[in-house]
Design a protein around this ligand. Structure first.
Ligand SMILES: [Zn+2]
Length: 142
């Protein structure tokens, strides 16, 4: 019996963290979103806008954003990119920093209500070409 020869290196698992400029997952801490504060005028944005839309500055300090916010609006969606499980839920979350975040929501759509508190978490937003999860930020009920 002929053994199949390996001509290519086996593919390594590729669990990708999506949005590395936006999400930080400390080794011994809770994940947080990265706000970008303009060093020139102090405007805080998420995601990073270059140049600053207020003063055209190009230097920013990274500021950890609040992990909890208020759900402004949301919807369940039945069409997604390849690798996305449907339905999934997306919503807008208002943070205390006066920033509105667009993000996927983790949980059952029937359990969410507008104006209720949600908190940052992480989870698979879709699968990559190898069928492995791509991890990013999400919000869930507190
Ligand atoms: Zn600025």
């Amino acid at each position: 019996m002929a053994e199949k020869k390996k001509t290519q290196k086996e593919k390594e698992p590729d669990i990708t963290f999506y949005h590395p400029d936006l999400l930080e997952i400390p080794e011994n801490g809770l994940p947080y979103l990265k706000g970008y504060k303009c060093r020139k005028c102090g405007q805080l944005d998420f995601p990073k806008l270059t140049p600053c839309p207020t003063c055209w500055g190009e230097d920013f300090d990274v500021v950890p954003l609040s992990r909890k916010g208020i759900l402004y609006s949301f919807s369940d969606l039945y069409i997604g990119q390849p690798g996305m499980a449907t339905p999934y839920i997306c919503g807008y979350i208002d943070l205390p920093e006066d920033i509105r975040i667009f993000a996927m929501l983790k949980g059952d759509v029937n359990t969410f209500k507008c104006d209720e508190e949600v908190e940052l978490t992480t989870g698979p937003i879709r699968k990559n070409a190898d069928g492995l999860p791509i991890i990013s930020y999400m919000f869930q009920k507190v």
